[in-house]
Design a binder for this molecule. Structure first.
Ligand code: ZN
Length: 357
């Protein structure tokens, strides 16, 4: 790939006006003109040209495990018999020849699902010395995919923070292309939890290039970590380093840090339809590519994916990562490190040269 193509890949140029979006408004991998998506080609280029990131304890690369909390409660409906009073009235009405049938009610039952519990996930991660990032939805009762209120999970959130994990906002279906809605969800989050947050990921990885970056920035977030393909693991813009997104319309960088998402478990199973062995081999390949340029491996694993094949693969992936001995850190810690150690500044200077801006 020549420099012009690498610059175009970094800028996600094709995504700005891609007419073929899926039903969630997302650009899919098959629309991309860049086919070598299992290699971080832009990061590799910067590395070859002398950019060498470093990490605490001289670790070779960094790993960021994260979880989008979509569901915590299982729900079901049950039918309740009509009241005694209604049944007596019905009998009396029927006796005088009036055909009246009283209706019962359908009521919704909900209870926390133990298999999806945050404590279970935290304990599992703790066994590997992993502090991860959790992105929570901040929705009202009537909104699409509402499953829990922030008040219901406040105590669990506090336990996560006490154990060194990070919390962020998981923007709902409408937030990604509506700046007002995104800000409203963040304000609700802050108000109901009393916590301040600096990271964002949108539900379903819904993303509008470049609007979502502007919306995330204007809501006051420091970083976004949505930008990965929903339908494939890999490097959506050739980067496995945190970076500043570029807007081809203005010719300027956007003032928010993108920590690109590289692996989501749903991509492997629901979209790519891989079996466990193939999925694990792909994970190994991605890890080797990232190690070779001392990048950041970002993983999204939902709390509801800890059983069956997905649970089995999660354990295998953590075992594999443990052997590789990277710096395990939350998204916030990685962004902080890249800023404090001037890594972001150094790589950004090289990116500007590559983009010739
Ligand atoms: Zn989600």
């Amino acid at each position: 790939m020549d420099d012009l193509e690498l610059a175009s890949l970094y800028k996600s140029e094709w995504e700005f006006n891609n007419p073929i979006k899926d039903i969630y408004g997302r650009n899919r991998r098959f629309s991309s003109p860049h086919k070598n998506f299992f290699s971080p080609e832009v990061s590799s280029k910067l590395f070859k040209e002398g950019f060498v990131p470093h990490y605490p304890g001289n670790k070779e690369f960094a790993v960021c495990i994260s979880h989008d909390i979509d569901i915590l409660y299982k729900t079901s409906t049950t039918h309740v018999q009509p009241s005694i009073a209604k049944r007596i009235t019905a009998r009396a009405a029927n006796l005088v020849g009036i055909n009246y049938k009283p209706h019962g009610k359908h009521i919704e039952l909900r209870e926390p699902n133990k298999e999806w519990s945050l404590e279970r996930l935290r304990k599992l991660n703790d066994g590997y010395g992993i502090k991860s990032s959790y992105y929570f939805l901040s929705l009202g009762h009537n909104e699409e995919d509402f499953n829990y209120s922030l008040a219901e999970v406040k105590e669990q959130m506090e336990n996560l923070i006490a154990s060194g994990c990070e919390l962020g906002l998981h923007g709902g279906h409408k937030a990604y292309n509506d700046a007002g809605k995104l800000l409203e969800e963040k304000t609700k989050f802050n108000k109901e939890t009393g916590l301040s947050i600096n990271g964002y990921r949108n539900h379903y990885l819904r993303f509008d290039v470049p609007a979502t970056w502007y919306n995330v920035a204007s809501a006051g977030f420091e970083y976004d970590t949505t930008f990965g393909y929903p339908d494939s693991a890999g490097f959506r813009n050739g980067m496995c380093y945190p970076y500043y997104p570029y807007d081809i319309a203005t010719g300027k960088f956007i003032n928010v840090i993108e920590l690109p998402l590289i692996l989501m478990e749903m991509s492997l199973f629901n979209y790519m339809r891989l079996d466990i062995d193939t999925a694990l081999s792909l994970c190994k390949k991605l890890i080797n590519e990232i190690k070779a340029c001392k990048g950041v491996f970002t993983v999204l694993w939902h709390n509801s994916s800890l059983d069956g094949q997905m649970g089995e693969l999660y354990i295998k992936l953590l075992d594999l990562l443990k052997e590789e001995d990277p710096w395990f850190a939350t998204s916030a810690d990685i962004v902080k490190w890249w800023k404090e150690e001037h890594l972001l500044e150094q790589s950004h200077t090289m990116v500007k040269k590559l983009l010739d801006v």
